[in-house]
Design a protein around this ligand. Sequence first.
Ligand code: AMP
Length: 547
Amino acid sequence: MKGMMMHQPLLVSEILEFGVGAYPRAEIVSVRTEGDIHRETYVEFRDRTVQLAHALKKHGVELGDRVATLAWNGYRHMELYYGISGIGGICHTINPRLSAEQFIYIVNHAEDKLLFLDTTFVPIIEAVKDHLPKDLVYVIMTDRAHMPETSFDALCYEEMLEGQPTEIEWPVFDENTACGLCYTSGTTGNPKGALYSHRSTYLHAMMISVMQTTTFQEGASVLPVVPLFHVNAWGLPYSSLISGLNMVMPGPAMDGPSLFKLMDEEKVFSAWGVPTIWQGLLAEIKKQGRKPENFGDVVVGGSAAPRSMIEAFEKLDVSVGHAWGMTEMSPVGTHGIMPKWMEEESFETRIDYKSLQGRRCLGVELKLVDEDGNRLPHDGKAVGELFVRGNTVVSGYFRNEEASEKALDADGWFGTGDVASIDKDGFLSIQDRAKDLIKSGGEWISSIDLENLAMAHPAIAQAAAIGVKHPRWDERPILVAVAAEGAEKPSIEEMRDHLSSEFAKWQLPDDIVWVDAIPLTATGKFSKLNLRKELADYVHPELRETA
Ligand code: AMP
């Protein structure tokens, strides 16, 4: 027997209308590329979002059309999130740190109709525009006075909004309609698109607000340093409106001193971002001998939060929530809010638990499997590949049948490529990565792609790329190589030069270690596990220099 309840589709436009209706005075405060600070209330934010929605319709955006954004965290980017999806379009966020090759691939693959960009990113478009669709419409996110010189035709964001009405009847459509698209480069080969629906986005936003009930108090200020251009800023653009938070947007200024100043002035309580960002903030806190006023909560994820970082924050009375997730999971899967019983434990024990990746979020199931696909117990000892299932997890990839077929196991679970254990209290511990990837400063580098191009160099017989520990970037890539017979070994500069044809500068390896042979697995692949063991004493060049 079915329940007799109404069925209203879960749409992103309702999150906007709810937030504005319930918390009209809440604010979005943004550091702008223009150099100043901009403030708007939720009401003003809605008015401008509605104007944008009308403008988008005038430019022919219809249900299912992709509209790309290439922008920092700021109010205009928020307006795009809601304006595009509100009328049934798909907000396609692009990571400006992608290589030119990946950038060209995804804009063509997504077939974006318009591309909105911050002034900062004009050089990216200048470099790749000849390879992008000829009919792509560019809109620069500033006013007329700040429009930069460009060799391509571009509209002005503020002019686009001018004169548009501030009233709208948001269209109602199926909640399974797509609303967002984010490509993950956390794979080998071409990036793959996670296509979020209104329903998954709505549920994910509620999930975040539910898990943060102790910290997400109405009127509190939250700082998303985690970018809107990747992984939906961990759902904050939506959950902030559900909880009535003031959003403080750092724009391009994400160095320690700038973040400290902004947090201090705006009385930020909760700050969210990858570990690399917090290294910078902690250094500034040390320098100033105090933390920013009102700072009490930090959410760290994207890469493992180092124990020393967690300890440093906790000693400042800043509670650390260590979260785990991925693009394919909207992105949050587990959260680091501690159970009540933890209060009785010692400081050391609490730090131990906070170093783990937390417990599962509502609606996200976790399972561990061995190499044969058998389920492993959640006993804190068994280590296996982590699979996930839930309404906020992808069921496949946008326009990519091959990858979609491989995404789920026979029972419909998504394989994360992370290797983990889960203890009896539900705490996840990420131990290793089955996927061949290096994560530097929260961004991916494909080790396989690096190796293949390195081995295309005539002086290299074999090359393996691995990540080595780095205090600032968490991991940095190095090459371990076997020289071709009789060849002169190329210098690291020469190798970097060779690799820069396909890789962004920050993705290039920092060092080459020459070996006689690279250890192999039983199936003849490079054994990264053994290689990492062999190089256990390896020290990154920068650390050697300072030693
Ligand atoms: P992305 O799709 O770029 O968000 O990357 C997701 C991947 O980042 C995961 O599959 C993990 O390998 C890694 N990751 C994310 N959060 C954490 C964390 N807290 N600890 C360790 N690894 C993490």
